[in-house]
Design a protein around this ligand. Structure first.
Ligand SMILES: Nc1ncnc2c1ncn2[C@@H]1O[C@H](COP(=O)(O)OP(=O)(O)OP(=O)(O)O)[C@@H](O)[C@H]1O
Length: 256
């Protein structure tokens, strides 16, 4: 599986927000989109999901133009994981995850034994089976995010696309979500996510794509492109990226 963009420009109403994006994501890889508020991360994600058309250029899945794929075929390739939020409908965790299977049902079809098995497997894989009877709305933000990832897994898509999966999560839950995404990538899924935390990209050895001023400021392995210089340019404030004695990379605002 490969997800590729060719000279892609994305935006709204024909007005480009980011131009000339040339990315390639292969099986098992994680791509992290970083950039200040309004730099176009969500717009790029929506374009990758075919929710809005490109202003120019194209998105290819396995070398086939994304726009030529019908919805059922698209659902086998791409699954969207939105930010966690209450759905107000009072669905259980089980039913929320089962919704990932709707593209497998015919016009008048309903869930089969295989669909319920897929829900079971997804909950097991994310180690959240004990939540299955809980009301989705009453879960913590971190638990909700894991349930939404389970729903995407249940869909059976090769690539998961997540808009700020660590936003609003505490330190432990954010780490758990990133660890889960790294495990899924190690198991062969491909992952695209946006984040405001450069450490997210470093922690999972992602490819980092830095967006600023309608352009890709830097693109490459996170440990190469996330530097004091690039982050300072990206956010317009001094940022220091340094290696700790234990070999970890620390990102802190300011000059140190
Ligand atoms: N539906 C829309 N119609 C017109 N303009 C939009 C629409 N959605 C977003 N924009 C504009 O597109 C630009 C990029 O927004 P986008 O949400 O993609 O940025 P972002 O990097 O995801 O921001 P944030 O980090 O704040 O979530 C912004 O100038 C925004 O105002």
């Amino acid at each position: 599986m490969s997800l590729k963009t060719e000279n892609l420009s994305v935006g709204h109403g024909g007005c480009a927000v980011v131009e000339h994006v040339n990315l390639e994501l292969k099986q098992g890889e994680i791509l992290c989109l970083l950039g200040p508020n309004g730099s176009g991360k969500s717009t790029l994600i929506k374009t990758l999901l075919n929710l809005i058309p490109p202003c120019a250029g194209r998105v290819l899945i396995n070398n086939a133009p994304l726009q030529n794929l019908a919805s059922p075929a698209l659902a086998k390739h791409l699954a969207y994981v939105p930010q966690s939020h209450a759905n107000n409908l009072g669905f259980s965790v089980w039913d929320t995850v089962l919704m990932g299977r709707t593209t497998h049902w015919g016009l008048f079809g309903g869930p089969t034994q295989a669909d319920h098995q897929a829900v079971h497997n997804a909950l097991e894989q994310l180690d959240i089976s004990e939540l299955k009877l809980r009301d989705f709305n009453l879960l913590s933000g971190g638990q909700q995010q894991l349930v939404l990832i389970a729903r995407a897994l249940c869909q059976g898509a090769q690539t998961l696309i997540l808009d700020e999966p660590t936003a609003n999560l505490d330190f432990a839950n954010a780490a758990k979500v990133m660890h889960t995404l790294a495990s899924l990538a190690a198991a062969g899924k491909s992952v695209v996510l946006s984040t405001h935390n450069p450490q997210d990209a470093l922690g999972v050895n992602a490819t980092a794509c830095l967006l600023k001023g309608r352009a890709v400021l830097a693109l490459g392995p996170a440990h190469q492109v996330i530097t004091s210089e690039t982050l300072s340019a990206l956010y317009g404030v001094p940022v220091t990226v340094s290696k700790t004695e234990s070999g970890h990379i620390a990102v802190v605002p300011g000059n140190h």
